[in-house]
Design a protein around this ligand. Structure first.
Ligand code: PGA
Length: 252
């Protein structure tokens, strides 16, 4: 695919103002690696300051509410993320699906709200270990895509999908190259069935225990258009090592 590899850091519930120095360092490092598109999703409390601290990299939220405003204590709307300087938001992360009981319909509503607020969307899907062991990984992920992909006008142009096997997140375990390749192929086919030919252009990221040591191998797999990185995105050093691996592949 012609688009640049996209490496996104998901800081989850990590980071205070002291972390802005990491964001600045990531931004400076990304400027030296122009063949890679780089973004981070800091906690919502840091979005505005991060926007002011960086020049080049994208900034995004980790979740949003489906409504623009209202009596939803503790929630953050897509319009608020946009106002704080976000370019995109993640939706449907497995930690939201599992710990907050989010359904595919909830995730779709959030994705539509984000698009409506002018944000791009990174939509996460992925199977549990039990689902993979039972041979159901592709059907589970396909069902998540059917149920949570947004359908509003132009949605496909602002959509990125992140395949994150739940059992690989934060565990140090990653699927085999063949399993990642098979899943990304299946996701591609599903996106084409949902969106028609436009689905062929949607970037599909891999996420789950991506590190500098495995980044080249994972990013070389066909239809892997980048990575969604959790733990290894928290320091500029470990995150830029992954960005550097992506850049080296582009140079070859
Ligand atoms: P991890 O998290 O890189 O720490 O496994 C990835 C994610 O949850 O997006």
């Amino acid at each position: 695919m012609a688009s640049l590899p996209y490496i996104v850091g998901n800081w989850k519930m990590n980071g205070t103002r002291a972390s802005l120095s990491e964001a600045r360092a990531i931004d400076r490092g990304a400027a030296r690696l122009p063949k890679v598109q780089v973004a981070i999703a800091p906690p919502a409390t840091l979005l505005h300051r991060t926007r002011e601290a960086v020049e080049l990299i994208g900034i995004g939220g980790q979740d949003c509410h489906a409504k623009d405003s209202g009596a939803f204590t503790g929630d953050t709307s897509a319009a608020m993320l946009k106002d704080a300087g976000a370019d995109f938001t993640i939706v449907g992360h497995s930690e939201r699906r599992t710990l907050h009981g989010e359904t595919d319909a909830d995730v779709r509503a959030k994705a539509e709200a984000a698009l409506g607020a002018g944000l791009a969307v990174i939509l996460c899907v992925g199977e549990t270990e039990g689902e993979r062991d039972a041979g159901n990984a592709e059907s589970v992920v396909g069902g998540q895509l059917e149920g949570s992909c947004p359908h509003s006008d132009g949605a496909v142009d602002k959509l990125t999908v992140a395949y994150e096997p739940v059992w690989a997140i934060g565990t140090g375990r990653v699927p085999s190259v063949d399993d990642v390749a098979a899943m990304h192929k299946a996701i591609r086919a599903k996106l084409v069935s949902i969106y028609g030919e436009a689905g062929a252009g949607v970037r599909i990221l891999y996420g789950g225990s991506v590190k500098a040591e495995n980044a080249s191998e994972l990013l070389s797999i066909r239809d892997v258009g980048g990575a969604l990185v959790g733990g290894a995105s928290l320091t500029a050093e470990s995150f830029l090592a992954i960005v550097g691996a992506a850049a080296a592949l582009e140079d070859n």
